[in-house]
Design a protein around this ligand. Sequence first.
Ligand code: P6P
Length: 337
Amino acid sequence: MKPVSLIQFLIEERRAGRINAELSLLIEVVARACKRIAVATSKGALGGVLGNAGSDNVQGEAQKKLDVISNEILLEANAWGGHLAACASEEMEDPQPIPDMYPKGNHLLLFDPLDGSSNIDVNISVGTIFSVLRCPDGVTEPKVEHFLQPGTQQLAAGYVVYGPATLLVLTFGHGTHEFTLDREVGSFVLSRRDIRIPEQTAEFAINMSNQRHWEPPMQRYIGELLAGKEGPRGKDYNMRWVASMVADVHRIVSRGGVFFYPLDAKIKAKGGKLRLMYEANPMAFIVEQAGGAATTGRERILELRPTGLHQRVPVFLGSKAEVEVATRYHREAEAVQ
Ligand code: P6P
């Protein structure tokens, strides 16, 4: 069968009336920027891009050189296109307006330019996560409050995982689709259409070193998985933890599984570890469109009403049956409190 390029896919989606020309253009620009990020990350030590940038981001985390480079690549690529009103990034405190000399569009782009970047220096897969919202009508200088829309309002969400292959996974709300970068041609080619995450799984991803800090329902749930065949679940489970959300989520999108970053005593005050607007919401949209589920352990992530651009939330996502069990345990525990 003739390969379908990302451009052809986007034209098909436009013809089907599922996206408009401006959104289609925006996705093309983001994908092109991510190809440049893929080149930068693949240079390793030869590119002089490893190690820390010597600065901290808004989260107070040490920025890697590639965090800053990736952020700049995405900002630069999207400045002149005419399809954006503003950008927001994990690496920047406030939204970045489109420079006055360029035309503005009706979309808001949020991104984590290089998620999992602590893995860069040890050559483990990292990724870019992005989310697209509509800019409210009549707003020409978007402020933080214009970005604070629930995840159900997303027009598109995607990630690019920079691994052995560079893959783009994308949804417009009509299924989740995967594109593989053909490095010789330099274009993304459709490699999986309408991905389905198996409802059942025997593989979970969580940072076990935090176990002593988890709330009781998480202790109960993970304890049951670890009990395996002899335990109440009656089967053995396997565990993976890459500590790069894009890599862990892509494994789940590819073959099923569940990913947890629960609240724990250490991070309770901050609301969680992962960020709602440019990590949890886009990943939840992608996972739900592939037949999976995504909750905070108590409520559906996509229905949360955001209160801050860099707000953190607990994340339970992946194979529906397991997310539902873990969420039920948390809701039951809450009900008896
Ligand atoms: P931990 C990377 O820093 C990140 O934001 C996600 O990509 C990843 O899932 C998580 O944090 C890893 O957290 O506790 O293992 O360092």
